[in-house]
Design a protein around this ligand. Structure first.
Ligand code: M6R
Length: 615
């Protein structure tokens, strides 16, 4: 989950590293650190000499580290930096990266599961200054280092169990950064001016649009002039370059106070771009992705694996596919997938959904499904990410860089792809006449414009959010698709506002939860599904009878039904199955305004990180 950056080049690296770390902070923001090799001239020589890298680190944000580095006049043209999300050891300066042991200085993303065994084997007890598994790796690497860095790295990787992405400096090889990874991603890029590496494409975008992902268990060596790639036998490997198509300007806040607001506002555009990318002659088309109709027509069931927001997108897809295609869909939390003796086979189409493409639970579940012979499709936002590489086919959402920890535009673009995939599946199975497809596509193509309409009403939504500012709990109730929408709405609210919030299937309330309803409890009720409306309205009356203050989000055409509500927000009318789109955006804005008005750090909620690369 941590952010890693490395720079070796012609200029001073400090500001580049700090600026990049600020971009990467969304991966972890407990503490930050940097190691820089200063350039000093050798006696009577113009050559750079070696220097033990100087390390600066602190708890808290990169802004603190920036002050420290400038006070201490840190400089140098080769360095590595790290933003931490703690796994091993508390948030302390000692546990912050980089870690130095002997001649090795490194930063690490991942978890070394056998760290305790390595401490024993290499007699490290009492010789380490931190509680981290990363320092143990540095010690093992130093143990094997005999002036041959590739050989030492090879030997170290054979001893480590777990996941890792390392950026490594050897004190007697100034100007070079070595990197090796297993599961945890590292990407590399280069220009005339410098060579850089990062845990994340986000840091590459302001620098260049050409990069490559270090293949697992290969070693990249970056010097000012060159990038080399080696396999574990020390043989040179050809580099497989990729191109980022995110615009550099998409990585700033664009005048908004927080990325979350900017990303919410971008939704009409990115949803439109995602839909248009996969529509040919009025039909959904995934031919370029190599997805043949047979895959969609022949499967007997579907299993969707994902976490968090992506899981909620999967739940919407389940409702759609079961209703429209009539085949069974399981949606499984990727973190639980392996512990429930998963039953997937050649007849199960497995869909893995992930914004980052790096969520380790989703990645492991996907690999397992492939090993069972299941056809697999990944729906991913980040190009070249591990999940994109691990799946048989990949459909990219074109959300662009999503920086706020709370996912917004990634979710709605995932939904856009899932709507298209459902329609393609209906075509592949010859379930829909032309007319039905035409209506469905027409409605889907309206989504950007309908969301524009919601965004234009953001002040009205801001007023709804005001009513929740002092709430201790907020409940959200709905049935069917409305319940799926609320699971996501509730996650958004709790993660950015720290208000306890739960989504309940409204029919379940009276089996226990209704005991929690009091006059102090705002209840958001969503009513968008015609077939469920009557039951939903009577469930709402049940909570009203217990004093709950109900904020009703309801389709505009149902206006005449609405009485006695605390607040009402009329949603624009779409076909029922598409109502998830405008409704989700209302819930995103509510969460955003509550968080911003409480003065919280909207983009970096406490304890979280954007990319979850630990199990
Ligand atoms: O990158 P992924 O989509 O695989 O991430 C999965 C979850 O960690 C993520 O959706 C998380 O729940 C959101 N950031 C919450 O807003």
């Amino acid at each position: 989950m941590c952010g890693i950056i490395g720079y070796t080049g012609k200029k001073d690296a400090l500001d580049f590293l700090l600026d990049s770390m600020e971009l990467l902070e969304y991966r972890g923001y407990d503490s930050a650190g940097i190691a820089l090799t200063e350039e000093r001239s050798a006696d009577n020589s113009s050559q750079e000499t070696k220097g033990v890298p100087r390390i600066m680190k602190c708890t808290g944000r990169v802004s603190e580290l920036r002050k420290l580095c400038h006070e201490e006049k840190l400089s140098g043209s080769c360095g590595i930096g790290h933003t931490r999300w703690s796994t091993h050891g508390k948030v302390t300066v000692e546990n912050a990266h980089p870690h130095r042991f002997g001649r090795v200085t490194l930063v690490h993303n991942g978890i070394i599961e056998n760290a305790p065994a390595l401490i024993e084997k290499y007699d490290l007890e009492g010789r380490l200054v931190s509680e981290t598994d990363s320092e143990v790796a540095a010690a093992v690497l130093d143990h094997f280092y005999r002036k041959d860095p590739l050989e030492a790295i090879r030997k170290m990787t054979l001893k480590l169990k777990g996941t890792f992405g390392f950026a490594i400096l050897f004190e007697d090889i100034p100007g070079k950064i070595f990197s090796v990874r297993n599961v945890s991603p590292i990407v590399v890029a280069g220009t005339e001016e410098a060579k850089i590496l990062s845990s994340d494409v986000a840091a590459i975008v302001p620098f260049t649009n050409r990069y490559f992902v270090i293949p697992e268990l290969s070693v990249a060596v970056l010097s000012k002039e060159d990038i080399e790639l080696y396999d574990m036998a020390g043989e040179a490997v050809e580099i497989d370059w990729l191109t980022v198509d995110w615009d550099i300007h998409h990585s700033d806040k664009g005048g908004y106070p927080f990325y979350m607001e900017k990303e919410i506002m971008e939704q009409p555009r990115v949803i439109g771009e995602t839909i248009n990318a996969y529509v040919k002659e009025g039909k959904p088309d995934f031919g370029k992705e190599g997805i043949q109709d047979e895959i969609l027509a022949d499967c007997k069931r579907i299993c969707i694996i994902a976490c968090g927001t992506a899981l909620h997108a999967g739940l919407v897809a389940k409702s759609l596919i079961q209703a429209m295609i009539g085949i069974h869909v399981d949606v499984v939390m990727a973190s639980e997938f392996m512990y429930n003796d998963p039953v997937v086979d050649k007849e199960t189409l497995v869909l893995a959904i992930s914004q980052s493409g790096e969520t380790i639970d989703t990645l492991e579940a996907l690999k397992f499904a492939r090993s069972c012979g299941s056809p697999t499709i990944a729906i991913v936002n980040v190009k070249g990410s591990s999940i994109a590489m691990a799946a048989e086919h990949v459909i990219y959402t074109l959300a662009g860089m999503e920086i706020a920890v709370a996912s917004t535009k990634a979710y709605t673009t995932q939904l856009a792809v899932l709507y298209l995939l459902t329609a393609r599946m209906a075509l592949a199975r010859k379930l829909w006449p032309q007319e039905k497809l035409g209506e469905y596509m027409k409605e889907l193509l309206r989504v950007p414009e309908v969301i524009e309409g919601i965004l234009a009403r953001k002040e009205e939504i801001h007023h709804l959010a005001d009513t929740m500012l002092n709430a201790r709990d907020v409940f959200m109730i709905g049935r069917g698709l409305d319940y799926s929408i609320l699971l996501e709405g509730s996650l958004k609210l709790k993660e950015v506002s720290y208000i306890h919030s739960e989504a309940y299937a409204s029919g379940e309330l009276k089996h226990g939860t209704i005991a929690l309803i009091t006059e102090e409890t705002p209840v958001i009720a969503v009513v968008t599904q015609d077939k469920l409306k009557d039951k939903e309205l009577s469930n709402i009356r049940e909570v009203q009878a217990r004093g709950a203050k109900v904020i009703l989000l309801i389709k505009e055409e149902k206006e005449e039904q609405c009485e006695n509500y605390w607040k009402i927000f009329y949603l624009p009318v779409m076909q029922d199955e598409f109502m998830v789109m405008p409704t989700s955006v209302v819930l995103q804005l509510i969460a955003y305004y509550v968080s911003a008005d409480k003065g919280l750090d909207v983009d970096k909620p406490r304890n979280l990180a954007k990319v979850v690369t630990v199990e």
